[in-house]
Write a protein that binds this ligand. Sequence first.
Ligand code: TYD
Length: 137
Amino acid sequence: MPLKDCVIIDLPKIYDPRGNLTFIEGGNHVPFDIKRVYYLYDVPGGSERGGHAHKALNQLIIAMSGSFDVVLDDGHEKTRFHLNRSYYGLYVCPMMWRELDNFSSGSVCMVLASNTYDESDYYRDYETYITDVKRLK
Ligand code: TYD
């Protein structure tokens, strides 16, 4: 899938003087059913996460608190997304190499995923990933 399919989704916001509220419904606000939620927290300054791609997994990445960058690479081009609002979700389609960096102190990265954890769905080696991108073209 090309990089242009990976977009920032503006999630619903219910403004309220008591505190704002955002909600996400699988198959409605995100183009997949949600089977797993995981989050990164206590990320030390200067850390980098990611460094892999998924064969079939769809994900939505949200900065629940603070900010960080997600660099997406489809094997042809790269785009850097800055996530800094809890009502923005970055949709990451399958076959997208990703790196996460530039974490602000206290940031929390939540990921909604279309499937449960499966190590066989990962590409952890960039050369193998690129070989398959070219083969599947
Ligand atoms: P990884 O996906 O490489 O983390 P990141 O992309 O954030 O850098 O996962 C790190 C470790 O955590 C790895 O050993 C697999 C494990 N893990 C699970 O057991 N379940 C999960 O849902 C996830 C995302 C990771």
